[in-house]
Write a protein that binds this ligand. Structure first.
Ligand code: HAS
Ligand code: CU
Length: 585
């Protein structure tokens, strides 16, 4: 008898499958645009006008960082809740409705961004369809109202997904009043709670400021305020991407390694710490912003350093579990056990390589987080190197590796080709090593990010870096390898959906790792979600009330009023574009 997810939960499997395919579509388009811009700014091959660079960059950032990640993770979380509670969602119509809402939101966002490629974008609601605002979308850049509306629908869809997981858990709780929350559900619920806390900031920014401003209801906004509200959300969102990857490292890697999770209580502590600290540190993205006092930046830095702890605990617990597994399989010696790990399994190898990369990414994150060192790397290619290791590898590679396990689970079809899958995860690791290492290095020489023409006037990188040609070559080579890897991934996914139905031998059991120290060893207070949420909110209030108050005081809620007049700090986007077009031949 086969024990695949689709056999246990056929209705849920359909929604999860749809979410995965939405995610893969975003990955395909976003990934291809990544190649286009990497070749463009390294001057290796230019397909686009430099004036279109920001359209490409916005599509790349939004489709990969927001669409690909979040569609995949809502699928994974639905899987995790239903399998660990051993019950389906309360009503799959509700599940389909939040999925549909996210799709509509994505389509609106996508259409507005891609309209930027047209010579003459159509005019809707009185303004040109246009959204070259990058994935960070704060003012003074302005997008068409439909872009913001799409974002709102997407985020509200994700909120309803959270409601779905909570409802499922409440239904289970009514039937099992005395049991501990199963670990995967615990991870989903704590992540959902900090997602609610952090998205409050971005919802406020869009609904109160950006959307009315783009509709012409208000004349101006306070750019520092919308920036700060963005970053209130913008750091926590990175953990929204990371937590599903962590979840899979905790519940799948130990089993794939042949052993058990080292400690369930420690895993709970880790997720509680993320709930507490993911939001009150967003100002570490604004160390260089004038208008925020140093003291508030220092608080953000302190909280960031505290938040290294759960990742360091994760490194310890997950690697200890892998070692336990390897020793069960006969591994010996200080490091010899590494050879006993199942390196031929693409699911394992993809996730292990993603974890390895994340160890490096953690170091570049620590460097970003230091207030004084940040001055050296801020707005350079270093930061781009950092996030291609984090979201671009720790998260993306884990998701791709997991897909080799999930797609057979939710479709009942065996994976098309394991060797291609193994080659694919290796290629991702190699491509990213080239690209991200070169980006980090060039950032140290001041190579700016987010520009099609990275050279400064009167400043040549060549003598400063000595290596700009080599750096560009490495980035272009890395990007090309990543594209091949991506194509192989998509090919495998497509071919798998055409594969005949899988037998039980071809599809692994839908179960995850047991534990060496189980939930019975965890203090009951860890499961008190109300308590942790309350503390998390208090911390956010401490970290943000004073800086926000002073930003509003000095810059005005809707921008500075001088003699009763509103000073528009914000040039309209067409003027900016025309200036750019004028400068760039
Ligand atoms: Fe970051 C900028 C600080 C983590 C994403 N970050 C960014 C941006 C993105 C991003 C997208 O303080 C750019 C935003 C923009 O457009 O401007 N980041 C940190 C810190 C961490 C961190 C301290 N970032 C992430 C994660 C991301 C992400 C995760 C996405 C998923 N980041 C910053 C700062 C900036 C920043 C500043 C602003 C820079 C600027 O100036 O603009 C930490 O969370 C990192 C902690 C990680 C560790 C590593 C633990 C190691 C583990 C591996 C275990 C190994 C295994 C495998 C399992 C301490 C868990 C073993 C294998 C065997 C074979 C044995
Ligand atoms: Cu951050």
């Amino acid at each position: 008898m086969r024990n695949a997810y689709v056999d246990q939960f056929p209705a849920e499997a359909k929604v999860i499958k749809a979410a995965f395919w939405s995610s893969f579509l975003a990955l395909a388009i976003g990934g291809l645009l990544g190649l286009v811009q990497a070749l463009h700014r390294t001057d290796v091959l230019r397909f686009i006008e430099s004036a279109d660079y920001y359209t490409v960059l916005t599509a790349h950032g939004v489709l990969l960082a927001i669409t690909f990640t979040i569609f995949f993770l809502v699928g994974v979380f639905t899987w995790a809740v239903t399998t660990s509670l051993e019950r389906g969602v309360v009503d799959t119509r509700f599940t389909w409705s939040w999925y549909a809402m996210m799709v509509v939101g994505t389509v609106l966002v996508g259409v507005t961004i891609f309209a930027g490629f047209l010579e003459e974008p159509p005019s809707i609601l009185g303004s040109e369809l246009y959204a070259d605002v990058l994935f960070t979308f704060y003012s003074p850049l302005q997008a068409h109202p439909l872009f913001y509306l799409g974002l709102v629908l997407f985020v509200v869809g994700s909120w309803l997904a959270g409601v779905d997981w909570f409802r499922t858990w409440w239904a289970w709780r009514a039937e099992n009043p005395d049991e501990r929350i199963p670990l995967p559900t615990f991870m989903v619920l704590t992540t959902t709670l900090f997602w609610y806390i952090c998205t409050f900031g971005v919802a406020l920014s869009i609904l109160v400021f950006l959307l009315p401003w783009s509709l012409g209801v208000v004349d101006s906004v306070n750019p520092l305020l919308t920036r700060t509200l963005f970053w209130y959300f913008g750091h926590a969102v990175v953990y929204f991407w990371l937590m599903p990857a962590y979840m899979m490292w905790y519940i799948m890697l130990p089993k794939l390694s042949g052993g058990k999770l080292f400690s369930d209580p420690l895993a709970r502590v880790v997720f509680v710490l993320f709930l507490l600290l993911s939001t009150p540190l967003g100002i570490h993205h604004q160390y260089l912003d004038p208008g925020i006092a140093e003291g508030y930046k220092f608080i953000a830095m302190t909280n960031t350093m505290f938040l290294l702890l759960p990742s360091l605990l994760t490194a310890f617990t997950v690697v200890a579990s892998m070692e336990h597994g390897a020793r069960q399989r006969g591994g010996e010696g200080y490091f010899g056990w590494l050879r006993a790990l199942p390196w031929r399994d693409p699911v394992f190898t993809g996730m292990a390589l993603a974890g390895l990369m994340f160890a490096a990414a953690g170091f570049s994150g620590m460097i970003n987080a230091g207030m004084n060192i940040n001055y050296l790397v801020h707005n350079t290619w270093w930061v781009v190197g950092h996030f291609h290791l984090t979201v671009g590898t720790a998260v993306a590679l884990t998701f791709m590796a997991a897909a080799y396990w999930f797609i057979p689970q939710v479709t009942g079809k065996a994976l098309w080709n394991r060797s291609v899958a193994l080659g694919q995860v290796l290629l991702w690791f190699i491509g990213m090593t080239f690209m991200s290492n070169a980006m980090h290095r060039s950032g140290l020489f001041g190579m700016p990010r987010r520009t099609a023409e990275p050279q400064y006037e009167n400043f040549a990188f060549e003598p400063a870096a000595g290596t700009v040609g080599e750096i560009n070559a490495q980035v272009a080579l890395g990007a090309a390898i990543l594209t091949v890897s991506l194509a192989l991934f998509l090919l495998n996914m497509i071919m798998t959906s055409f594969n005949g139905d899988g037998t039980s031998a071809a599809i692994p059991d839908n179960t995850y790792a047991g534990t060496l120290s189980g939930p019975e060893d965890a203090p009951a207070i860890l499961d008190n979600l109300k308590l942790w949420t309350a503390i998390a909110i208090v911390l956010v209030i401490f970290a943000y009330t004073l800086p926000l108050a002073s930003i509003v005081e000095s810059g005005g809620l809707f921008g500075p009023g001088i003699d009763g007049r509103q000073l528009t700090l914000v040039p309209d986007t067409t003027t900016v574009l025309e200036t750019v077009r004028g400068v760039i031949p």
